[in-house]
Design a protein around this ligand. Structure first.
Ligand SMILES: NC(=O)c1ccc[n+]([C@@H]2O[C@H](COP(=O)([O-])OP(=O)(O)OC[C@H]3O[C@@H](n4cnc5c(N)ncnc54)[C@H](O)[C@@H]3O)[C@@H](O)[C@H]2O)c1
Length: 443
């Protein structure tokens, strides 16, 4: 379908002639995304690398926020951030300069994971509301320290897993809550890639030198090392700064699952298998990992990220009455055929007399009824739909109204714990068990 078709059909329209009934979900108009007060949230950005620039490109579309400053420890990223938003606002290496400013209401934090705790705690202590990129924490204890600091300072805090604000995932949550899937006890999701970029083998910019990058500020309390731009650009590969596949990608799948299912808890147990077979470039993490989780409520969740085979980003809820599948930004609900059926398989070993008798009795007890199998239905969004813009907009709106955000610190902490459990199991070769009493992972 072309964009013109989408526009012509409008919100909620059903596409005639498609294999399944497909409904288009359209975002609220940008004007409707404000709380109505007309005020703009004055925000600053800390960390304007790959994601920080993407966030700024999304934020510039929003009517309810305006960028007033940025900070990054690397000169090129400082410039790239200003280019991404298209504004000439003050920028500095030291983010603390932003926190002293009275005209900064909120901060978008998109620094490397090992900086999340410090930067977020500094921001909330300075009275700023915070949007912090996923995964919320670098370690389990970081996550709990962040929850405490955010709540003690009574700040609005949102984690940046944009699919929590994605229209398709919100529709899926509505369908799940309606009970139409029947009982669901198994959820499966994967996000695979098959390219060097997908495995974080990012190019190293020639302008990155000890003069243009504050290397000590990058390391901060990570183990001290000589200047190493590979570690700076490919930080996801190293446990000092990132959490490998779980912190980079599981977190998206798990936050989507939490959003749909309403699960807001750490898993009880996690078991991971994985391997590093292709990208043997000195990294700490595997390039394939799959984890099986036990969640409360008899929910089993299977997650996989494979950097050596690219298949589409998929989440599947297997229900007794229907299967709900999200591939990319398209959601399909396919009913299961649960209509009563006479046994056909096992009576193959019955004598003809016994079989006839059984079938006669079965049909007498189950008179034919008109129940037909429901049709599959599907929902999608317009091409180019930007769930990051929706997620930031939800944050700005919460800052204005002081109402709940889409993804708060409790939700984000639970997702991050699940990521840490996946790594814990992989590296310890055993089942990771969550101990809520001590807030730690037990082997
Ligand atoms: N939601 C998503 O889809 C998504 C996508 C990519 C990355 N992320 C997350 O965004 C964050 C950033 O990832 P990235 O890909 O942009 O990495 P990146 O390395 O490109 O950018 C991180 C930036 O933070 C800067 N930085 C680090 N410490 C700093 C500090 N103390 N003060 C100021 N600047 C500092 C670095 O110089 C760098 O420019 C990570 O937490 C990552 O997991 C989220």
């Amino acid at each position: 379908m072309t964009r013109r078709d989408f526009v012509r059909l409008g919100a909620g329209a059903v596409v005639a002639g498609a294999a399944v009934n497909r409904t288009l979900l359209e975002p609220a108009t940008l004007a409707a995304q404000t709380a109505g007060g007309g005020s703009k949230i004055r925000f600053a950005s800390i960390g304007t690398g790959i994601r920080g620039c993407d966030l700024l490109r999304s934020a510039r579309k929003l009517p309810n926020g305006v960028l007033v400053g940025t900070a990054d420890i690397y000169e090129m990223h400082q410039k790239a951030g200003l280019e991404a938003y298209g504004a000439d606002v003050p920028t500095s290496r030291d983010y603390r300069a932003l926190l002293d400013r009275k005209d900064v209401d909120a901060v978008i934090v998109a620094v490397t994971d090992h900086h999340h705790r410090r930067v977020v705690l500094d921001c909330v202590a300075a009275g700023k509301d915070v949007y912090c990129e996923k995964p919320m924490s670098h370690t389990v204890s970081d996550g709990f320290a962040m929850v405490e600091g955010i709540q003690a300072n009574k700040r609005i805090f949102q984690v940046g897993s944009q699919r929590v604000s994605n229209l398709v995932f919100k529709k899926a949550a509505e369908i799940y809550a309606s009970g139409r899937l029947g009982e669901v006890h198994f959820i499966e999701a994967h996000l695979d890639r098959n390219s060097p970029s997908g495995a974080w083998v990012y190019p190293i910019a020639s302008n990155c030198t000890p003069q243009t990058l504050d290397w000590n500020a990058f390391l901060v309390d990570a183990p001290q090392r000589a200047f190493d731009p590979v570690r700076y650009f490919r930080w996801r590969c190293f446990e000092d700064y990132g959490e490998g596949l779980p912190g980079d990608l599981f977190v998206h799948l798990l936050s989507g699952i939490q959003c749909i299912s309403g699960i807001n808890a750490a898993p009880q147990r996690a078991y991971s298998a994985g391997s590093l077979t292709y990208f043997k470039d000195g990294r700490d993490f595997p390039d394939l990992m799959t984890t099986l989780y036990d969640y409360p409520g008899e929910m089993k969740v299977s997650i996989r990220c494979n950097a050596n085979n690219g298949s589409q980003d998929t989440t599947i809820f297997y229900g007794k009455e229907a299967t709900m599948t999200i591939v990319g930004n398209t959601l399909t609900v396919t009913p299961q055929d649960t209509r009563p059926q006479a046994e056909g398989y096992s009576i193959g070993a019955w004598t003809a007399d016994e079989k006839d008798q059984y079938l006669k009795e079965w049909h007498a007890a189950n008179p034919a009824h008109a129940a037909t199998l429901g049709e599959a239905e599907s929902y999608t969004v317009t091409p180019g739909y930007d769930d990051t813009a929706d997620h930031i907009s939800n944050f700005f709106r919460a800052v204005e109204t002081r109402q709940r955000v889409a993804e708060d610190e409790i939700f984000g902490n639970h997702t991050a714990i699940a990521c840490h459990m996946a790594n814990h199991s992989y590296f310890h070769h055993n089942v990771a068990v969550w101990d809520a009493a001590t807030k730690t992972i037990k082997a």
